[in-house]
Structure formats: structure tokens, C-alpha cells
Design a binder for this molecule. Sequence first.
Ligand code: F0G
Length: 456
Amino acid sequence: MKYIPEPFRIKTVESIKLTTRAERQKAIAEAGYNTFLLRSEDVYIDLLTDSGTCAMSDCQWAALQMGDEAYAGSRNFYELEATVQEYYGYKYFVPTHQGRGAEHILSQLLIKPGDTIPGNMYFTTTRQHQELAGGTFVDVIIDEAHDPASNHPFKGNIDLNKLQAVVDRVGPKKIPYLKYETCVNMAGGQPISIANLREARAFCDRYGIKIMLDNTRTMENAYLIQQREPEFRQTPLKEIARLIGSYTDGCTCSGKKDGLVNIGGFLAMNDEEFYTRAKSMVVIYEGLHTYGGMSGRDMAAFAQGIRESADDNLMRYRVEQTNFFGDLFGAAGIPHVVPHGGHAIFLDARAFLPHISQEQFPAQALTAAIYVENGVRAMERGIVSAGRDPKTGKNHMPKLELVRLALPARVYTQSHLEYAAQGVVDLYERRHTIRGLKFVYEPPALRFFQGRFEPI
Ligand code: F0G
């Protein structure tokens, strides 16, 4: 097990507090057994998400002072635009407040009612926006992605036979684009390969179908390509990231992950007409096209964050830290998704709690139990997150029933991770005492954020 020492030193610290088990039992009951409804102050080590929870660098904090807060034409807009062009390779750039702002504009502009959008597994907000625009998402990821134990190195890849079947069934005119996500979040942060992307591009070109990337975790994916795809062993991350972009027609991005900022996102594309339409829509929902919901200083920190994220040493540390964390679970025989991805470790709640049926939300129950055990906050990524089919009203029943322990970038140290893993190991020995849950409040959309439960 190797832990790469942090390629930075710590200049500012934030206190965290460990509560008692009794306090945590009370807090989780008050939160309806949903870690999204806990107060952050009641959490010791917060592995809920890597989204917007990263630590900024001294250069990013300095960049905040360089914010040009003009309503129109801020200097930082032009800086961020040039950075996106340089690092991701797209011609046009539209800023948004975060990733889902970009998904909203993309979906409303490209999807028509009755369209089908194939993609390498769903993401919660992405699919919601596709459905709101009248589209239907179809999963075309390789089968291995649905198997937590499969050792396939690129479990984010698309199965071209599945894609062919969708094209044959609905016809290419009903497919506005193929959604291609880097480091597929819901599959366990699983990367795509350049080889697969090349094949998908050739396939889509035959049918005149666009490819839209979700490049939220592209730098992490670039690192895993460097490690796992021999052709790119010596290629710098920046070049790999540009190469990924070059096979696609545009992207949505949540800057809150790889972008190393607490807020921000964008939509980017190569097509001028699409750009013009996106610019006229962003002013309705996000803000003027030169800030899109971000302040000038947010854009300054975001541009600097993108530059830092392409640093090979930083990304190596980040992904190998995740790998180290996963190895702690592996060494203790805790079922979890392998190979380890870039941003999080995902426990296999089905295998952890075989006595709880999927309708009794094993991953939700395990997430709550981990919090009570050691004050570590994780997130459910199973049947609750998957939601219901809008046509039939029935629960989606995902094969993956996971608990995600995400690592905010540059925030926690080796001992934090060892502490977090130990609590799960201790709980594993008492796993038979964990009971299933039932909904007491189920929101109509994205139910995992605000749903409330009680033990059965
Ligand atoms: N795409 C992916 C792959 C994401 O992981 C997220 C957010 C989004 C889009 C939406 O971006 O939050 O900036 O609006 N993921 C967070 C998470 C919420 O915890 O994984 P956003």
C-alpha cells in the first residue's frame, strides 16, 4: 500500500469536531436517515462529495483578489474562456453557475420531445434534465460497469453493440447526441479509454450523431488513461485532456470537481450556431454570457484551478490517494467497486448487507450506519439515487447498490482516511445488526437529496 506524500503543505486549517455516538444517533434520526440533511457541523470527516468541497491553493486565493466584478466583459471571463480553450480544446465557451446549469441549456437546446439519448450510465441531474426536455435516457455502458467485482480497466467504456441496437431501434434522427462521461460517477468513478472514444467517434460519424462529453472529471480520467492505456504512458495529462475533447463536439462541466473550485461550471462547443443559441439562453437562466452565475473572482479561481488540475504530480497524488483508501477496504475484505476510480471509493452495499432487500434501501441504511459509527458522512448511490421511471412510475432497480465515500481534493490526510476506513471495518463485523429503511417522505424529483426515511 503506497501513500504518495501530499505535493503541498498546509497553510490554513479548519477545526472539525467528533461528536458522541448518542449525538450522532439523534442527528441522523432528525435528518430522516439522509446524510444530505445533516448539518455539516455534526460531521467529523465529510466524504459526502468531492463537489465544491476542495481546498483552494494559495494561487487561487490570490486570484480572488484579481476578480474584475464588472457586470459585462469581466477580464476573468476572457481568462477562463482562454483556459477552457487551451486545456479542453473547444472553440466556444458559455459560463454557468455549476454543471447542472450547463446540462439544462444543453438539454433544452438539443433534445426534442420523443428523442433518445444514449450514454455511458446515467447521472442524476443529467438524466433529470434530459427527461425535462422530453428525452429518454438509454444506458449503453459495457456490462462490466454493472459488476462491482469486474477488473476491467475501463469500465466507463461504451458498448458499441448496445449503441448500434439503439440506433437500429429509434433511428439516428431521434438521437440528438451520445452522452459520454469521463470517470463515470455512478459506476464508481470508472474511466473511459481513448481507444473506445475513437471507436465511438467513428461510429457516430457514420450516422451523423454528435458526441457531448460530461468532462466533470476529465483530468482524473486522463491520469487513469496514462496509467492503463500503454499508448499514453508518456503523454502529459494536458495533452490527454485535449485529445479527449478533440473526439467530441462539446461538453458540460461541473468545475466543482477537477476544476478545484467551490462553485462554477460551463458549456463548451465547436458549433457556432449552437453557441449563439446557448448564449441567448444563458442570459435567461444563469446571468450574462460573460459571467453565467459566477462572480469575476469565481472565474479567476476556476481558471487557476484548471491549470493546477492538469499538473501531473497533483493528479497522481489525488488518484493514488483514492487508490490507497480503496486498498484499506480491500485489505479488510470489505466488498467495494474495483478497480478504484479517481475521486471516491464505492462500497458494495448488496454484498455488505445481503440480509436487506433492495426495496429496503441497503445503501441508504449503510450510509446512515457509517455516520453513526464514526461521524464519517458518505452518500447513497443505489436505488434511492436511481429514482423512478417517469413513464411507469416504478422504481429503477440499478444493479449497483453503492455507498460512495468521496475524497474532496487536497482536504484530508492519510490518517483521516485510515480513521474513516477503520469505522467501516468495525461496522462490517456487526453488519447483521443494520436494518433496512422505508420512505416517510419521497420528493418527486432527485429524491435522494431531500428524501426522509425511518428504520423498518
Ligand atoms: N455530471 C457529473 C458526472 C457529476 O458528478 C455532477 C455532480 C454533475 C454533472 C452536476 O454538476 O453539481 O455542478 O451541478 N456531481 C456531484 C456529486 C453532485 O456529488 O457527484 P453540479
